[in-house]
Design a protein around this ligand. Structure first.
Ligand SMILES: Cc1cc2nc3c(=O)[nH]c(=O)nc-3n(C[C@H](O)[C@H](O)[C@H](O)COP(=O)(O)O)c2cc1C
Length: 172
């Protein structure tokens, strides 16, 4: 998969936009709504059956995706800030809610993500956090990055157990 070269151009997510996608158990895209295609710049054909990592921005710490997968695979919902890369190299910030949907018999149906605009103040806080996490990852590895995240949560009276509450509280 050829990766777009990231640029400094930010795409605006409007306050009414709800960017939705669904995936199979491996994270391969099985559904996207029209806003997803509009903002990412990809057509439905370019997205279907592709991994969600098609949107992965190099500024995103690995530890955030590890936390995401560790939790959603256990059926827990995750609310995480994500910087996504568009087809033309531009980017957009969202607060993503990701969860597993189950069939009536309790078996796995799909993963679902709904993404919304974030406030400028949340963006400033998260840009700083993710930059620190990325730096720790690059110099000392993913465990060091998780420590940076835990320290950030602890400063706000939270822990990894209350990650979602902390993230939602920042988006004021
Ligand atoms: C339903 C769902 C939605 C996802 N949405 C995104 C997304 O918008 N952006 C993104 O970078 N990763 C998203 N991911 C996580 C990716 O599967 C992947 O873990 C991440 O892009 C990191 O890729 P890598 O492990 O190949 O580095 C999503 C995963 C699931 C299950």
């Amino acid at each position: 998969m050829e990766r777009p070269t990231p640029t400094d151009v930010e795409r605006e997510v409007s306050s009414i936009d709800m960017i939705v996608s669904k995936s199979d158990a491996e994270g391969n895209i099985t559904y996207t709504n029209p806003i997803f295609m509009k903002i990412s710049g990809y057509s439905q054909g370019e997205l279907l059956d592709k991994p969600h990592a098609i949107l992965r921005h190099p500024d995103m710490p690995k530890a955030i995706f590890k936390y995401l997968w560790d939790n959603i695979s256990e059926g827990k919902e995750v609310h995480a800030y994500v910087k996504n890369l568009c087809k033309d190299g531009s980017y957009y910030w969202v607060l993503a809610q990701v969860r597993m949907a189950k069939n009536p018999d309790g078996s796995f149906r799909n993963y679902m993500s709904t993404r919304r605009r974030i406030t400028d103040s949340a963006k400033a806080v998260i840009i700083e956090l993710y930059a620190k996490m990325l730096e720790a990852e690059q110099s000392e590895g993913i465990d060091a990055s998780v420590k940076v995240l835990e320290a950030f949560l602890a400063e706000r009276g939270h822990s990894l157990e209350t990650f979602n509450e902390c993230m939602k509280s920042i988006n004021q």
